[in-house]
Design a protein around this ligand. Structure first.
Ligand SMILES: Nc1ncnc2c1ncn2[C@@H]1O[C@H](COP(=O)(O)OP(=O)(O)O)[C@@H](O)[C@H]1O
Ligand SMILES: [Mg+2]
Length: 409
């Protein structure tokens, strides 16, 4: 490659970058470094670890499928703040489950962490242990269920159909907290009452199939409660439930969190539920976190076109005059290496650069970052879609309408 081609011009983001299949790695890295100069490599708050319970650093996860290595989680860095609820949102297939499964060593056998760290605070020493290096089941048993518990969408994956509901909760109390059999039963009944299982004492001896879907999900929450974890991961816990049961379960998780003070990681493809549950939001796309901020920042000052697209498709914003926006195309499958910005092929705001080089994280505030070239000062100014600019007002109107509907019913 000729030398002058390497010069990075200010207007570079507009036309095109001189990178093609013949570009050497060395040249590529030089160009990338120059392009990344307005980004903040230290975008996470490194000044204080006091309020953090989990720090993920440059985490990448791959799978071996059909003799080929695919990269599914691509260099995620994130902080989880103690006592808060972090929502992880994104369409199905964006890597939400794979990402959080690494926190409890639950990747399938063909999955592996290819780089990075998962630093989990030890409350006794206040030091962070890198649990990404854990290999043996013995190591993970100290974490999984005990310190980080997970509730999945399908409660049957967490419940044993052959054992009674009561036994499954009492067992946790006996194994993890040294209860004797009799005390474990009494405590288990209390916990069942706490998750609002009616007639808990009598239903203690029921089997999972005798409970409704919503009640089974309450039992899974009860088991998690019995573990008294430091972090509770809720992986789409209400997706399979109808809307009323969904909001009851969400409220229950929220109430219990207030009472027990754990940290929640709430995974959902439905941005609509997030506004009511989350303190912070991480938006995932193509195995990366593309935007991260407080709930207000992500809802009312979103920066990434993918976040815009998600927000525009919120069902509560639909009106008779305007059809609901839906995101065209499909998320990447990871079967081929993703070049450039993963959302570019579906992004109406994509620039040439998006198809060539993956953007870095840009800092918007101390708590808000997004991974889009739009935030580079060299990029042309982009006007956010109208719905996004008016989102606050629209959300208020939507909730007023809902209230009115409820009142007139
Ligand atoms: N064991 C596996 N082997 C190969 N690919 C996998 C495996 N598990 C998950 N994946 C792939 O990882 C991607 C992300 O999956 P997942 O984390 O389940 O998405 P989400 O939870 O956001 O819906 C998907 O494309 C999925 O096909
Ligand atoms: Mg999932």
């Amino acid at each position: 490659m000729a030398k002058e081609k390497l010069k990075v011009k200010e207007e570079l983001l507009e036309p095109s970058v001189n990178i093609d299949a013949h570009t050497s790695e060395e040249d590529y890295n030089k160009i990338k470094k120059e392009l990344y100069r307005f980004a903040d490599p230290n975008y996470l708050d490194h000044s204080s670890d006091k309020n953090k319970v989990l720090k993920v650093r440059n985490l990448s996860v791959g799978f071996l499928t059909h003799g080929k290595k695919i990269n599914v989680i691509r260099n995620i860095s994130l902080d989880v703040i103690k006592g808060e609820t972090l929502a992880i949102v994104g369409e199905s297939g964006s890597g939400k489950s794979v990402f959080t499964k690494t926190f409890t060593g639950m990747l399938e056998d063909n999955g592996f962490i290819s780089s990075g760290e998962i630093l989990f605070r030890n409350p006794k020493t206040n030091e962070f242990d890198d649990i990404s290096k854990y290999k043996s089941n013995k190591d993970w048993q100290k974490i999984r269920g005990r310190r980080i518990a997970t509730i999945f969408q399908d409660p049957m994956t967490s419940l044993n159909p052959l054992l009674t509901i009561g036994f499954q909760i009492a067992e946790v109390l006996q194994i993890h907290h040294g209860f004797n059999k009799k005390d474990a039963k009494e405590e288990a009944i209390k916990i069942l009452e706490r998750v609002q299982i009616p007639d808990a004492r009598n239903r203690y001896n029921d089997y999972p199939y005798q409970y409704s879907g919503g009640m089974r999900q309450r039992v899974v929450i009860a088991i998690a409660l019995a573990c008294r974890p430091e972090i509770l991961i809720c992986d789409e816990p209400t997706t399979a439930l109808d809307v009323t049961v969904q909001s009851q379960i969400l409220q229950l998780i929220k109430d219990l969190q207030k009472e027990f003070g754990w940290t929640t990681i709430f995974i959902t493809h439905d941005l609509g539920v997030v506004a009511n549950v989350a303190d912070r939001v991480a938006v995932m796309y193509g195995g990366q976190v593309v935007e991260y901020g407080t709930c207000d920042e992500v809802f009312y000052n979103p920066a990434h076109p993918y976040t815009w697209a998600l927000l525009q498709s919120l069902p509560q914003l639909g009106s008779k005059e305007e059809p609901l926006h839906h995101i065209k195309g499909n998320p990447p499958t990871f079967l081929n290496e993703i070049v450039g910005e993963a959302f570019a092929p579906r992004n109406e705001f994509a620039m040439n650069i998006d198809f060539i080089i993956d953007p870095p994280m840009f800092k918007i505030s101390d708590t808000h970052f997004a991974k889009t070239w739009i935030l580079d000062p060299r990029a042309p100014k982009v006007k956010k879609p109208k719905v996004i600019r008016e989102l606050k007002k629209r959300m208020e109107i939507a909730s007023e309408e809902l209230k009115r509907e409820v009142n007139t019913e």
